[in-house]
Design a protein. Structure first.
Length: 223
């Protein structure tokens, strides 16, 4: 089975430019892409993220976001860090748009900028939350596990990559790019494992892509 493409910096810039220019919902779609590329979030996690997860009641954006165990694929709580400048800017643009359009707002703007705290952050074009599908898989221990997936948002992200002309691009490209770029910049495998939310280090390996020149250098530096 072919793996999702890992994006380089130039491809990421191209993807975002095309999305801004061609998407019917550029503010939302750029944010969705960046949450995968800079935070390593799964599509199902992005679809279930709530306003109160990303914002304090004062209206300030959280730099450290706790992903509730209930919305993660492995049912393990983990932290992601909303610190990348592009992602913060995309978040602000999308939140401002939601407020302007009155999507899931309350009568008072004293808390959460007037947005309903328990509503999903990412909404469909109709202003509703994305539908979650219940699926089953066999884990590494051979046990059957039920989990939630968001097929509609996943298909939409794949289309964004296709529209940008990126071959084999999919929702997993964000997480693969996130993991590979961390490793390329000197992060340890343990750190990448923790940020991706995997229980075992072996589960991280399918997400990683290391350039051959770096592998050759590792042999040279072994002693």
């Amino acid at each position: 089975m072919s793996q999702a493409t890992t994006l380089k910096a130039g491809q990421i810039r191209h993807l975002l430019r095309v999305t801004k220019a061609t998407s019917r919902h550029p503010e939302r779609d750029c944010l969705v892409l960046l949450l995968g590329l800079t935070c390593g979030m799964r599509v199902s996690e992005i679809a279930q993220l709530e306003i109160q997860d990303v914002m304090f009641s004062s209206g300030a954006i959280r730099s450290e976001i706790s992903l509730r165990a209930a919305i993660t694929k492995g049912c393990r709580q983990r932290c992601i860090y909303l610190t990348h400048k592009k992602t913060i800017e995309a978040m602000e643009r999308y939140l401002s748009l939601r407020i302007t359009l009155g999507l899931s707002t309350e009568l008072s703007n004293d808390r959460y900028r007037g947005l309903s705290p328990q509503t999903c952050l990412i909404l469909t074009h109709k202003g509703s939350k994305f539908y979650m599908n219940t699926k089953r898989r066999i884990n590494f221990d051979g046990e059957q596990v039920d989990y939630l997936a968001c097929d509609s948002l996943q298909a939409h992200i794949t289309k964004l990559y296709k529209d940008a002309g990126i071959k084999q691009g999919s929702s997993h490209s964000g997480r693969r790019s996130f993991a590979s770029n961390l490793l390329r910049n000197g992060a340890s495998l343990d750190a990448v494992q923790q940020l991706l939310g995997h229980a075992e280090l072996d589960h991280v390996m399918p997400y990683l892509e290391v350039q051959s020149d770096k592998l050759r250098q590792m042999f040279l530096d072994v002693i």
